[in-house]
Write a protein that binds this ligand. Structure first.
Ligand code: GLN
Ligand code: MG
Ligand code: MG
Ligand code: MG
Length: 443
């Protein structure tokens, strides 16, 4: 047993934990659990826990379904909503036929990308800004789209009725070792944002999964439904998950910072940014992976539509936030939404950026005007492309992008495209309420 694993076992005994939830995610980003009695902890750390992967989304074919979970002791946390008797451990998935990390495990995909960054001399820091809605439940406990407050951006009580819930969510997150930086009511009614401190990309991806679980569980205790669906209500802001990225070098300095640059961004940062712009369409398929994601990516609701960057305005895909200290120099990608699989989304973004560095790409000039107001001619003049307009277009862009294909690895790439093509086809043949309202009586 490693010292870290022993420390976890001691803590399990000390705190009288009864159950361990061994967690991993499927390709769609859904957190899966295998619960074992805490008495199995030692065995879990030494031998791993075997499970049948054949029914997990995109994992394996039936004939090769045995998988082993290998818990990462660094991820031990006691779940605050189970009387402190249950804890979780995030696991790597091991393919029992080879004994190697399973290539269909999103966590393995991200780790491989981070290994590449390390070979290039970098560690990658990521901070997300997940937004979500709190909705009332109906009498049967089912989610509605009725918000429980009418607050707006940064409103305070008494209008912000949901601040109690948000406070409880924050307590829950803090109990699970989150460093909360800020939380506020978002622009839309019933919409919230909670920011937590940046960390290395793997820890942050783990944190996003935990975040979604905690937010939903604590909202449910208040009889509210928390949703990370990107655009639950038309004609008001949707929910994004802006993603801030920076690279640190081996001396622990921010490789994105350059005092002498007009934007305080180093050549490395400019090239990274250029790589992300170049691969933006394919990244969108992974970072905005649902049919509904594209209802958010429309002009006028603070969500990006155009492939450009800016040091000023928020209509661009990438923003350079003001940084108070060199360590805080970073870029903010504004397309991801909280329905994404964070491991895969970060893997795609980071790979695109590293590729930009390796290719020595140069970033275009920033755009300082409101791009929502540009017409097509002006966009052409500035050389600004448009993000995919729907999931079908995004999947086509992913199919055409070999760099992002390599980022995801063959297994995940194929399964992801298969699942998303099917999802889009189902949507395409459906007839919506909008169409009935518009045409049924007119024609
Ligand atoms: N909700 C917006 C989005 O969809 C972001 C709003 C904001 O954080 N300023 O990305
Ligand atoms: Mg924010
Ligand atoms: Mg926000
Ligand atoms: Mg932001």
């Amino acid at each position: 047993l490693s010292a870290e694993a022993q420390r976890v076992i001691d803590e399990i005994e000390e705190k009288d934990v009864d159950f361990l939830r061994l967690q991993f995610t499927d390709i769609l980003g859904t957190v899966k659990n295998v619960a074992v009695p805490a008495t199995q902890a030692e065995k879990a750390f030494t031998d791993g826990i075997y499970f049948d992967g054949s029914s997990i989304e995109g994992f394996v074919r039936i004939q090769e379904s045995d998988m082993r979970l290998k818990p990462d002791p660094e991820t031990f946390a006691i779940l605050p909503w189970r009387d402190g008797r249950s804890a979780r451990l995030i696991c790597d998935v091991i393919d029992t036929s080879t004994g190697e990390p399973f290539e269909g495990d999103p966590r393995t995909v991200l780790k491989r990308v981070l290994d590449r960054a390390e070979e290039m001399g970098y560690t990658v820091n990521v901070a997300p800004e997940p937004e979500f809605f709190l909705f009332e439940e109906d009498e049967d406990g089912r989610a509605t789209t009725k918000t429980n407050d009418a607050g707006g951006y940064f409103d305070l009580a008494p209008k912000d009725l949901a601040s109690d819930v948000r406070r409880d969510i924050i307590y829950g997150l803090e109990q699970m070792d989150f460093e909360i930086e800020a939380s506020h009511h978002e622009v839309a009614e019933g919409q919230h944002e909670i920011n937590f401190e940046y960390d290395d990309a793997l820890t942050t991806a783990d944190n996003v999964g935990t975040f979604r679980t905690v937010v939903r569980a604590i909202a449910a205790q208040h009889d509210l439904h928390a949703t990370f669906m990107p655009k639950p209500i038309p004609k008001i802001n949707g929910s994004g998950m802006h993603t801030h990225v920076s690279l640190f070098d081996e001396d622990g300095n921010n490789a994105f910072h350059d005092e002498d640059d007009e934007f305080n961004l180093s050549d490395t940062a400019h090239s990274f940014l250029a790589g992300v712009l170049e691969h933006a369409p394919a990244i969108t398929a992974v970072a905005d992976p649902t049919v509904n994601s594209y209802k958010r990516l429309v002009p006028g609701y603070e969500a990006p539509v155009y492939v450009a960057w800016s040091d000023r305005n928020r209509s661009a895909l990438i923003r350079k936030p003001a940084a108070r200290v060199p360590a805080a120099s970073r870029i903010e990608l504004r397309s991801p939404d909280p329905s994404c699989n964070p491991y895969l989304a970060f893997a795609a973004i980071i790979t695109a950026g590293l590729d930009g560095i390796e290719e020595g790409l140069e970033a275009p000039d920033p755009v300082r005007e409101n791009i929502y107001e540009f017409d097509e001619e002006k966009r052409e003049e500035y050389g600004i492309d448009t993000l995919p307009a729907n999931l079908g277009e995004a999947v086509s862009a992913l199919e055409a992008d070999e760099v992002i294909e390599e980022a995801l690895g063959e297994h995940v790439y194929e399964k992801f495209i298969e699942a998303k093509t099917q999802e889009y086809d189902e949507f395409r043949i459906d007839v919506s309420q909008w169409e009935l309202d518009r045409y049924l009586e007119t024609y």
